[in-house]
Design a protein around this ligand. Structure first.
Ligand SMILES: [Zn+2]
Length: 166
């Protein structure tokens, strides 16, 4: 059976193919969804991912970022803050820093210090029911966090609900 769909950009009929997708909509650089269905438009070149259970996917990404074995970069910190639906002002208050400091961290103008990084991750866990269920597990991985910033790619198998750092 030939599968077809519509392009979200130009409305033309588009074909469905499988492939890897750079998930920039997540707000994170370097998240790749491996081997998912893609709606590829031959007319305008637009590619739309076919995403299922988006909330679970976002939760999986939050776990991957929380357990990242290096200090968080700005996008990752912002991603985690948005997961728990706090404004910069509210999150800054939790971390006992001023909003300008947090803003500089999130914009990669200043690197976050390792202690603030650990506190930020812990606060995120405490504010998210699903993360909190496995809090001890998550926090145990913090021992392996290296005190330096390093960008890692996160490759996600959306069907198996697994991720790995690449
Ligand atoms: Zn199109």
């Amino acid at each position: 059976m030939k599968k077809a769909a519509r392009c979200s950009n130009c409305g033309s009929e588009a074909r469905i193919a499988r492939g890897d997708y750079q998930f920039n909509e997540s707000g994170l650089r370097g998240v790749v969804l491996r081997d998912i269905e893609l709606i590829k438009c031959g007319k305008c070149g637009n590619v739309d991912p076919v995403l299922f259970r988006v909330d679970e996917l976002m939760h999986l990404l939050a776990v991957a970022i929380l357990r990242k074995p290096y200090r968080l970069d700005g996008e990752e910190l912002r991603f985690l803050r948005k997961r728990i639906e706090l404004t910069q002002e509210e999150f800054a208050r939790l971390l006992h820093v001023d909003k300008t400091t947090l803003s500089k961290w999130e914009n990669n103008e200043d690197p976050i210090g390792i202690q603030s990084d650990l506190l930020a991750r812990t606060m995120v866990i405490s504010r998210d029911k699903r993360l909190e269920k496995r809090a001890a597990d998550h926090i145990r991985t913090f021992e392996k966090i290296a005190d330096r910033q390093k960008h890692v790619r996160v490759e996600v198998d959306a069907e198996k609900r697994e991720y790995e750092y690449a």
